[in-house]
Design a protein around this ligand. Structure first.
Ligand code: GLC
Length: 750
């Protein structure tokens, strides 16, 4: 019997078992727990990688990936595992039908092999769409989604991601990353929603609502997993998983709010930070995993470790003498499930700790209850893989259009001297060059088909690069191409310069190696010298140069930004990014993205827009030290917007007042456009050094040319609060200033 035939029969059997399986009569969770052995309970707390149960060797699996019955027997009958994740270390994306076959078979085998038939919970990283399912819709990375300043769009992107994740048979997405992006060196900066608490919290709510919807028990929503709790994004060195020094006050001021917002939105699971804060690895820190997360924030869901992080308490952090001690530390801290992920040592050690009485059975019952509740709420006891006919939009045009819309609204126009943009390709000839000009991988970044996103084999056919899109938008001969430079080395520069001499303008598409986590560590934000040299050579040609930046993080472009006529920051715009960039620079779309971070002028000038006054003191004792290349919230349009008539309903505000802020915005230019109305404030004197400005609220609006709108915001004194020395969120009385564009309004809080 051929392999294909066997697979087909297996698929039909698995599907039959799943679709016809009468729903398992659902016992109450507590009665289920009462029936469970210690081994079954600890098994529920064990999560292994697909590689542990698939054919082949653990980091070199057979293709196509299929379950191995002997490995299944061991995992299910001996260790009674409760969860599986991802695609097998070292492996990549899986075809939709294979996902459905694997998960259908996993559940049916589990019914046959496990005494209580508790379904397996499958989790996957779907960071910017279903990056591990072939042909799935890939959105801009989270940093670009934040740049839209449009939470409705971000919710839609996550809703579609949930749809396609469930289509793959997977009910749990290890997303969103809610670590605040305040260390631009960090390799995962692109996975954050940027540096600001208000913008990031708004995106956090949107992501949770999009992924989870109003009920987890439906075929189009999944459980989210807010990560990585917390303080993971602020390593002192900028290197992933290295020490973070964050005081309890700063932790609550900057790193906690996004998780608080996600919990308020109903986030059902959390993944713990692999790193350490102030000398304590978070996986061993009860003050964070239990006291802060559960007692202070009221989180009631499942806390899963990150990759092998219990063992890392021994091997990396050296806070446990051996793995048995590490398991005790992590369980005492409050961990519910161990992403163990390549063996069963965690399972054996925890069973031993319970039998010895070092960990009570009541303690593991607490975790098992959370895990079973999640499985029940996800509907896994009734149905796990829904019919593929329920997902007609998977990877289709409708979803691609949404991905395009998110990308188009994220693109940020940072510079446009002499209106060098938009291009008029019917009259102008352009040269497109640079490492990101003709690459899909550099538009997507890490977590794309493979962990690091560098493999070109799995790219979805038919997606267009920046060059493809510009070429298609122009008369023949008006768009020329020469690479000019790879990421790190100049290539055929002469040809590039020769072509530059024949065109009107030059588009240099700068890029960064797709990466994530430790492989993405750098020691310098500077743009690789080869790309700088390419731009400098083209600038010397005398033709107007437009930079298009497709970076994971704000690489330093100061030396080339000054002379470049135009700068477009595209973040990592996803599979539709080529078209979105082309449509923005040719004027089909009026750019409306705004930076979700402060763009540093130098690799060590890492300040934020909400810096303190002391950071402005310059070497000449003026207060101009804060000189980023581009400010948080900045971004140009092909039209202009004018602000007038900013008012506040009360100039003196009592504690329980609500205040109406109004401002009129007019599109004073000659084309329609979207503007992000940003309301900032300053607390002039406070018991903690106050930021020079802080985002209070925002709203993205569309205006036809000549149209004007009066926008209203309702705020409350609590919106002006901060964390004081006693770690309490307070709004102190005193003088404040409201700032909207060029309008300033002083007001008083009683
Ligand atoms: C990785 C990442 C985490 C991811 C997990 C599973 O180490 O830190 O974000 O969800 O492992 O892939």
């Amino acid at each position: 019997m051929t392999c294909l035939r066997r697979s087909l029969i297996l698929f039909l059997v698995a599907t039959a078992l799943m679709t016809k399986a009468e729903s398992v009569p659902l016992l109450s969770i507590d009665s289920l727990i009462r029936q469970m052995t210690i081994e079954e309970k600890v098994g529920q707390m064990t999560q292994v990688d697909l590689g542990v149960i698939a054919k082949g060797s653990i980091c070199n699996l057979d293709e196509p990936r299929r379950l191995d019955s002997e490995k299944l027997r061991k995992a299910m009958e001996v260790y009674k595992i409760g969860s599986v994740l991802n695609v097998g270390c070292g492996s990549g994306t899986i075809p939709l039908t294979d996902w459905r076959l694997i998960i259908g078979q996993l559940q049916s085998e589990n019914r046959l092999r496990s005494r209580l038939e508790i379904p397996i919970l499958y989790g996957v990283d779907a960071i910017h769409g279903v990056n591990y399912t072939v042909g799935g819709t890939l959105f801009p990375q989270p940093i670009g989604q934040a740049a839209t300043w449009n939470p409705t769009l971000v919710e839609k992107a996550n809703e579609i991601t949930a749809y396609e994740t469930r289509a793959s048979g997977i009910p749990w997405n290890f997303s969103p990353v809610l670590d605040i992006g305040r260390q631009p060196l960090w390799s995962r900066f692109f996975e954050t929603y940027g540096e600001d608490v208000i913008l990031s919290s708004s995106m956090a709510r949107a992501a949770i609502n999009g992924l989870q919807g109003s009920s987890l028990n439906d075929r189009y929503h999944v459980s989210a997993c807010m990560k990585h709790f917390l303080g993971y994004s602020f390593p002192l060195s900028g290197h992933d998983r290295t020490p973070a020094w964050i005081s309890p006050r700063e932790l609550r001021e900057y790193f906690l709010p996004t998780f608080k917002a996600a919990i308020e939105s109903g986030a059902r699971t959390v993944m713990i930070n692999s790193g350490e804060i102030n000398g304590t690895p978070v996986h061993a820190d009860r003050s964070i995993v239990t006291e802060l997360l559960r007692n202070e924030l009221g989180f009631k869901g499942v806390a899963v470790t990150d990759w092998e992080d219990i063992y890392k308490l021994v091997d990396v952090h050296h806070v446990a003498a051996n793995r048995r001690a590490a398991v005790k530390l992590a369980i005492d801290a409050g961990i519910d499930m161990s992403m163990t992920p390549n063996d069963f040592e965690f399972t054996e050690l925890l069973i031993s700790l319970v039998y010895s009485g070092e960990i009570s059975e009541a303690r593991i019952d607490t975790s098992v209850r959370r895990i079973l509740q999640l499985k029940q709420d996800l509907g896994l006891f009734d149905q796990t893989v829904y019919p593929s006919s329920d997902y007609p939009e998977f990877g289709g045009e409708t979803h691609s259009r949404w991905s395009y819309t998110v990308a188009a609204e994220s693109i940020t126009l940072l510079k446009n001297d002499q209106k060098v943009l938009p291009l008029n390709l019917t009259k102008e000839k352009v040269l497109v060059c640079g490492p990101a000009a003709n690459s899909l991988n550099l538009l997507n970044g890490g977590w794309t088909h493979t962990w690091q996103g560098v493999d070109t084999r799995f790219n979805t056919p038919g997606k267009t690069t920046i060059y493809d899109a510009l070429y298609a938008a122009a008369p023949k001969g008006h768009v020329l191409y020469a690479k000019g430079s790879s990421l790190d080395s100049v290539e055929n520069l002469d040809e590039c310069l020769k072509l530059a001499a024949t065109v009107d303008k030059v588009i240099v598409c700068l890029g960064e190696q797709p990466c994530t986590e430790i492989p993405g560590n750098i020691n310098d934000l500077s743009l690789p010298i080869a790309q700088v040299k390419l731009v400098q050579a083209l600038l010397a040609s005398g033709k107007p140069v437009i930079l298009v930046c497709c970076f994971n993080r704000p690489r330093i472009i100061h030396s080339i930004a000054q002379e470049s006529a135009g700068i477009v920051y595209a973040y990592l715009p996803g599979d539709e990014g080529g078209r979105a960039i082309s449509d923005c620079i040719t004027g089909k779309v009026n750019p409306s993205g705004r930076l979700p971070f402060t763009y540093p002028a130098a690799t060590n000038a890492l300040m934020h827009y909400d810096h303190k006054a002391s950071e402005e003191l310059d070497i000449d004792f003026s207060n101009h030290a804060y000189r980023p290349d581009f400010d948080f919230g900045s971004g140009l349009s092909y039209t202009t917007f004018s602000y007038s008539g900013a008012t506040i309903s009360k100039k003196s505000i009592a504690a329980n007042d609500s205040i109406i802020i109004q401002v009129t915005i007019r599109n004073s230019g000659d084309c329609p456009g979207m503007e992000v109305v940003q309301v900032y404030y300053r607390d002039l004197v406070a018991s903690i050094t106050p930021p020079v400005k802080k985002l209070l609220t925002f709203q993205k609006i569309y205006l036809e040319n000549g149209q004007e709108k009066k926008i209203s915001f309702t705020i409350h004194p609590k919106d002006l609060s901060f964390i004081n020395k006693e770690l309490v969120r307070v709004t102190e009385p005193g003088e404040f200033e409201l700032m909207i564009a060029n309008q300033k309004i002083p007001f008083h809080v009683e």
